[in-house]
Design a protein. Structure first.
Length: 114
């Protein structure tokens, strides 16, 4: 039986440097796939460039509720964001507990995938 090791690099799109580093690691055989933070500025451009220039890099979505702004309209995910419109940091989101609306989580994650 042949075994394969898939090495996934998280956080594609977090910055231009992170995206470039992931592509470089893939070109050197160190990374098989990556998952992109689709709600961050510039990620869509980084993904489009990777699809064109490095089609062998497997791409997926890094579902995110703790960094940046939502893809969804803020009014539709109000339990997930602070007053300034950004996602709560991990500890603050966890502390909200039952104050987080599961339907808003589904809505935002669906928007990030689409």
């Amino acid at each position: 039986m042949t075994r394969f090791l898939v090495v996934n690099a998280d956080d594609f799109g977090r910055s231009r440097g992170v995206s470039a580093g992931i592509v470089e690691a893939h070109l050197h055989g160190l990374v098989s796939t990556t998952t992109a933070l689709m709600n961050l500025p510039g990620t869509a451009l980084d993904v489009a460039q990777a699809v064109r220039e490095v089609p062998s890099l497997g791409l997926g979505v890094h579902l995110n509720l703790t960094l940046g702004r939502p893809v969804s309209a803020p009014a539709t995910v109000s339990t997930l964001i602070s007053a300034d419109g950004v996602f709560w940091p991990p500890d603050a989101l966890a502390a909200r507990g039952d104050g987080v609306n599961p339907e808003q989580v589904r809505r935002e994650w669906r928007a990030q995938v689409e």
